[in-house]
Design a protein around this ligand. Structure first.
Ligand SMILES: [Ca+2]
Length: 314
């Protein structure tokens, strides 16, 4: 394990291969099209067939905080100006530190949280904003849960390296099937019938599940350079907001161009006295569809924060 709870990639390759075979052994092949059918008809139950997809390579380079904070300054006069934002905390809610938060979404008065790590992955469903726990659904211990999103009465959960998406039916949170994922899964969100997800690279992927489900790729740039480590996602207005892994920043991405048009700096959000030895990075963005409030948290953080943005100089 590295400091962020993810085992070293190289040492787990063979285990990942075995996991894929085992997970798919009793199911029929399908594609994103198959996922579409499953989502609409409730019959999604198919084998992941990762060999028919091009594996998405993860870039090793990290975007540094320095890169991000310098974006949009005179050093890159050719780039479109990036608006920088600070924040105010409007309110905060006590949150379960056991959530190694990978996905965060508010839907129909419920807060959906996916929590990662092998052998510990779980989806928790809470009333919102009371945060009474309604469901705690363990995920196959061979799967490292990543982002989630709710489309209609289906919840889609990504896996980190297992190359499957799991599909659950709401409100009972019944696992009804799985569908292939072309590479790693990190964050997920949606706009209408279009599923969006990240894989830790500088690219976002989208697939319209009401059409052919074909996968499209959107390179994301900050000041004309690739912005890597895109993690948890949220569709906000006409933008996609993305946590940038291992930073305190949220990127506001134009989903038409892939250009980062704004950066939210959440440094200092979690107070030092609230940090424990295993407290991890900022991750998790959810908009409340009722009123538009923005909520954020992190991995093993004790609070959900409602924030309000403030313009700030770069
Ligand atoms: Ca989200």
């Amino acid at each position: 394990m590295n400091a962020n709870g993810k085992p070293h990639r190289r040492t787990h390759t063979r285990q990942g291969d075995r996991t894929r075979r085992a997970l798919g052994s009793a199911l029929q092949p399908c594609s994103l099209q198959g996922l579409l059918v499953g989502l609409m008809l409730g019959t999604a139950a198919c084998d992941a067939t990762p060999d028919t997809y091009t594996h998405t390579h993860i870039h090793a380079n990290r975007s540094t905080d320095t890169d991000i904070q310098n974006a949009g300054t005179a050093a890159d006069s050719l780039a479109k100006a990036v608006q920088h934002y600070g924040f105010d905390v409007v309110s905060k809610l006590r949150f379960d530190r056991n959530n190694f938060t990978q996905g965060l979404e508010i839907h129909d008065g419920r807060l959906y949280v996916s929590s990662g790590l092998y052998g510990q992955s779980v989806i928790r469903v809470y009333t919102f904003p009371e945060l009474e726990l309604l469901h705690s659904v363990p995920v196959d211990p061979r799967i490292f849960a990543e982002g989630l999103t709710v489309i209609g009465d289906r919840l889609i959960l990504l896996s980190w390296r297992e190359r499957v998406m799991l599909v659950y039916s709401l409100p009972a949170m019944t696992l009804i099937g799985q569908s292939p994922l072309p590479g790693q899964g990190w964050g997920a969100t949606h706009n209408g019938s279009v599923l969006w997800f990240s894989d830790g690279s500088d690219r976002l992927y989208s697939a319209d599940l009401s059409a052919d489900g074909e996968l499209e790729v959107l390179p994301v740039t900050l000041a004309s350079k690739p912005l890597r480590n895109l993690n948890e996602l949220e569709w906000v207005g006409d933008e996609i907001w993305a946590n940038v892994w291992q930073t305190d920043n949220i990127a506001r991405i134009n989903p038409e161009t892939g250009i980062v048009e704004g950066l939210i700096n959440l440094s200092g959000l979690l107070a030092d006295e609230d940090r424990l030895r295993d407290t991890d990075v900022l991750n998790g963005i959810a908009i409340n569809p009722e009123g538009g409030a923005i909520w954020v948290t992190g991995k093993r953080w004790p609070w959900l924060y409602q924030i309000r943005l403030e313009n700030s100089p770069p």
